[in-house]
Design a protein around this ligand. Structure first.
Ligand code: HMG
Ligand code: MG
Length: 313
């Protein structure tokens, strides 16, 4: 098994968009610093969406200006439309992510347009981002099923993925938006995708609503996927996809990979520290398992800065 896996952190975006509380900017910065200190190299920080639709991320512009300086880290943010791109281009973010659902109903509920309208709008968004030398990632939601429409045919999500790649996305992250997937289904989906696409063109974005995210990720690894999205502490969910629980927790994903001898570049102690910061920032216990149970075998129990966790706030 290839040991080079890239973890794409979405807690600040997918996580905080689904928190009841609106987290103050200063706490978002604290969490961003903890995530950077853990060794994560790809961090999605916010969304340039309507503040009416997602009030939790209304401070996107200011937050991007306040991000820690981190040369080795690629920060990214969601952009649904031209207005979102304009906001992104006013920042120094090197990357944006466009998002669309394979399910017509979910796309309509999420962004108030049809899948076709979203894809048409992305032509200009992606072209504009490329002219400004920004990289573009894509998301396709509801690949494993939709809260409104039930099962989504593989051909339907694959067609949307193909189009995003042909528009210029360097990679498309396949979303199990409501955490419905099971391993045999995952193998079936990935086999169909990989018959025409390279594994590096794909990532997996698994919500863990039914506890099957890591099992699905193992199937992904076996099929050759090396890019996995996760959220610190297991935060996350789409406010416009009823029943969607958090993403697979970053610390759980890193723990599993580490135990399998698969390097992620993420430090064990520092990621547990970041999960602790995430709990403080969210103001509630988070569902990730490894930050509750601890690393095994036991680690030095120090935070990212070398300060014992017990001494950190
Ligand atoms: P709309 O109401 O149809 O927009 O919303 P509109 O174009 O008619 O504009 C209405 C107003 O919104 C106008 O302001 C626009 O300027 C403003 P007014 O003239 O009334 O003052 N507006 C904006 N403001 C700021 N930034 C923008 C923007 N665009 C328009 N970019 C819209 C359409 C797409 C904006 C809205 O539906 C929206 O923001 N939706 C966001 C949904 C969202 O963020 N969902 C969660 C993320 S997706 C997800 O979680 C899934 C994922 O994790 C993968 C997975 O799990 O499967 C990625
Ligand atoms: Mg998501």
């Amino acid at each position: 098994m290839n040991t080079d896996v890239s973890v794409y952190e979405v807690g600040l975006r997918d996580g905080l968009q689904n928190e009841k509380a609106i987290v103050p900017l200063v706490d978002k910065v604290r969490l961003a610093e903890a995530l950077v200190a853990s060794g994560l190299r790809r961090i999605e920080v916010t969304s340039f969406v309507s503040p009416t639709w997602i009030p939790q991320l209304a401070d996107a512009d200011a937050f991007c200006r306040a991000l820690p300086k981190a040369e080795n880290v690629t920060f990214s943010a969601l952009c649904p439309n031209q207005r979102g791109l304009e906001r992104a281009l006013a920042t120094t973010l090197p990357e944006i992510a466009v998002f669309v659902s394979a399910s017509e109903t979910h796309n309509k509920k999420n962004v108030n347009r049809s899948t076709r309208q979203s894809l048409d709008e992305f032509k200009d968004v992606i072209a504009g981002a490329k002219r400004a030398n920004r990289r573009i990632r894509g998301y396709v939601s509801t690949v494993w099923g939709c809260a409104y429409e039930g099962a989504i045919p593989i051909a339907q999500s694959l067609a949307v993925t193909r189009e995003l790649l042909s528009l210029g996305c360097y990679q498309v992250s396949l979303g199990d938006t409501i955490g419905a997937g099971t391993p045999r289904q995952t193998r079936e989906i990935l086999t169909a995708y990989l018959a025409e696409l390279g594994p590096d063109q794909l990532a997996m974005h698994m919500h863990d609503t039914r506890g099957t995210a890591l099992a699905n990720i193992l199937v992904g690894l076996d099929c050759g996927i090396r890019d996995f999205d996760s959220a610190i502490g297991g935060m996350g969910g789409c406010p416009y996809a009823p029943g969607a629980a958090g993403n697979v927790a970053t610390e759980d994903l890193v723990y599993m990979l580490d135990g399998m001898g698969i390097a992620t570049g993420v430090d064990a102690d520092a990621i547990l520290m970041a999960a602790r910061v995430a709990e403080e920032v969210a103001g509630r216990p988070l569902p990730g398992k490894v930050h509750q149970a601890g690393w095994f075998p036991k680690r030095a129990n120090v935070g990212a800065s070398g300060t014992p966790i017990s001494k950190l706030k």
